[in-house]
Design a protein around this ligand. Structure first.
Ligand SMILES: [Zn+2]
Length: 308
């Protein structure tokens, strides 16, 4: 590694990655079934399920996989554990979630009438819709879900990250400004910007505005302020977390409202604190979507504060 720690908001972080010690799963089904919770379908308890929903984190039987497919890929991304190919990171994502962790989110309040393997398909369908679309069995924590998301990414907690997303946090929303003591950096010229205060869903909050004096932004070349979930996951070199964020539509080619820059450019400008393997993984994911690779930038120019 080119460095051992960098500064963020006055703290130092060790960048050694736990992920490096994880070994690839040579037989996915065998690896998944090592966990007792994954030996029965997450939705109907049928034995030896060999399908999964990659984004919901559950191992399911073939009949439930058909029901999941009918929900649409924006709700459930169904894969076969025996027929489909998985990247190393997708495999680790499934192993990090699985039926025990995922059902503790989707079925925090386990309903008495949960279907069994012999329940009629129509009944199973209603149950699965209630569970994943209407989220009827989830717990609603008191904490701000956006704060839960950033705390979970910070600590590398994949199930907690999924919980925050399940609570409705958009992974493309920035850290709420009111939660940041030092909201924006990676911008060379000092200037003042006025931004609308947003609620946790990214909508304007009571038409309130906030002034941010960027002239106090540190110029330390090793300073990298986290603005978006993908920023933090990259910074932590957490490829499995990046995989999860991408499963929920993380997009580095959106424009950051505070700077008018593409997230990709902010990432490229902060390359000195991002490990090459994390950037390579991100670029691989972007390439699969037909998006250009993120390149390292030593300067970032602003034009009318709108576009880089
Ligand atoms: Zn099932």
């Amino acid at each position: 590694m080119g460095f051992s720690s960098v500064r963020k908001k006055g703290k130092f972080y060790n960048l050694s990655s736990d992920q490096a010690s994880l070994k690839p799963c040579y037989s996915l089904l065998r690896e998944i079934h090592r966990y007792a919770c994954n030996k029965t379908c997450a939705d109907c308890s049928a034995e030896n399920p060999d399908w999964c929903s990659l984004n919901l984190g559950v191992i399911i039987c073939i009949e439930c996989s058909g029901i999941h497919r009918s929900l649409g890929t924006h709700i459930s991304k169904v894969r076969s554990l025996t027929l489909d190919k998985f990247t190393h990171e997708a495999t680790l994502l499934l192993c990090s979630l699985g039926n025990a962790n995922s059902n503790s989110i989707w079925e925090a309040f386990k309903p008495e009438n949960k279907p069994g393997k012999d329940t009629r398909k129509e009944t199973k369908t209603k149950y699965i819709q209630a569970k994943y679309i209407h989220k009827r069995f989830m717990k609603r924590p008191r904490e701000n879900p956006s704060q839960i998301l950033f705390d979970a990414i910070e600590s590398g907690n994949i199930p907690k990250t999924l919980e925050a997303i399940a609570l409705g946090v958009n992974v493309n929303n920035p850290y709420p400004l009111e939660m940041l003591s030092d909201p924006v950096s990676l911008i060379p010229p000092p200037f003042l910007i006025r931004l609308p205060v947003l609620d946790i869903y990214g909508n304007p909050y009571l038409n309130k505005m906030i002034d941010i004096d960027l002239s106090s932004t540190p110029k330390d070349p090793e300073y990298y302020v986290i603005r978006y979930p993908i920023h933090l996951a990259l910074y932590k070199q957490d490829l499995v977390m990046i995989e999860l964020l991408f499963q929920y539509g993380s997009n580095t080619f959106q424009i950051d409202e505070a700077t008018g820059c593409l997230l990709a450019h902010l990432i490229g400008y902060g390359h000195h604190v991002i490990e090459q393997n994390a950037l390579d993984f991100l670029n691989m994911k972007n390439t699969l979507r037909g998006q250009p690779a993120i390149v390292k930038l030593n300067t970032i120019s602003l034009s009318s504060n709108k576009m880089c």
